[in-house]
Design a protein around this ligand. Sequence first.
Ligand SMILES: Nc1ncnc2c1ncn2[C@@H]1O[C@H](COP(=O)(O)OP(=O)(O)O)[C@@H](O)[C@H]1O
Ligand SMILES: [Mg+2]
Length: 256
Amino acid sequence: MIAIEGLSKTFETSGGEPHLALDGISIDIPKGQFLSILGPSGCGKSTLLYIVGGFVPASAGRIRVDGRAIAGPGPDRGPVFQEFALFPWKTVRGNVLYGLLQQGVPRDQAERRVSELLQMVHLSRYADFYPKELSGGMKQRVAIARTLAYDPAILLMDEPFGALDAHTRTKLQNELLSIWERDRKTVLFVTHSVEEAVYLSDRVMVMTPSPGRQKAVFDIDLPRPRIRAELLLNRRYQEYLIAIERLVQDGGEDEA
Ligand SMILES: Nc1ncnc2c1ncn2[C@@H]1O[C@H](COP(=O)(O)OP(=O)(O)O)[C@@H](O)[C@H]1O
Ligand SMILES: [Mg+2]
């Protein structure tokens, strides 16, 4: 469904030196797959998601979604990026409603959809709260609901749980998994956590330090639905963690 072929990105920098951020990424991501992208800071993970999202043009290579080259952002690809902050002057409901009304969905229909979504992310009681009245985990759930609202086939998630405490992170991982198991969206999920990547994904792509190249792609052959407490004792799960951890550590020492 997403076909990435020989994708490279060179940024022009203010110093004048071109900077190669991504070098020759090629991967096919079948519809409904949960793919995580792991790699050291600065290896181009965000850039890759921005390019797939259509927010940044590639320098070389091709990306096709359902056979069509991408020409910019579209409602088929839903970003969950930290940079896309919530509107502080809108309530939780208002934030999730906004995109639907923009798309011309009739208000009563949009409001029903928002109620369902807030229920799904366990925020119904907070519908009338403003972002500043929410915890980090709650804001992240609003951001996810806001993107799910217009039902994109593809979710682009850039370290969505990176800033959260361990407990909230586990909760949101499980919520994301249950949403994914229900809707089977294609997910591109950037994370720094090997454990998070293995726990959530069908496949994990490990990238090299800058310039980002593919180092390895692992198929995560673990049963679903996944239950963390059971996985911890699963031999294959442990082997994935060790193999991927080794690969991530190897050669990444000089990166922040
Ligand atoms: N707009 C930009 N202009 C110039 N360089 C950029 C720009 N965005 C990212 N980069 C550079 O590209 C590389 C990859 O960045 P990024 O995709 O943010 O990495 P990651 O998300 O893996 O930490 C970094 O070296 C970064 O400095
Ligand atoms: Mg990043």
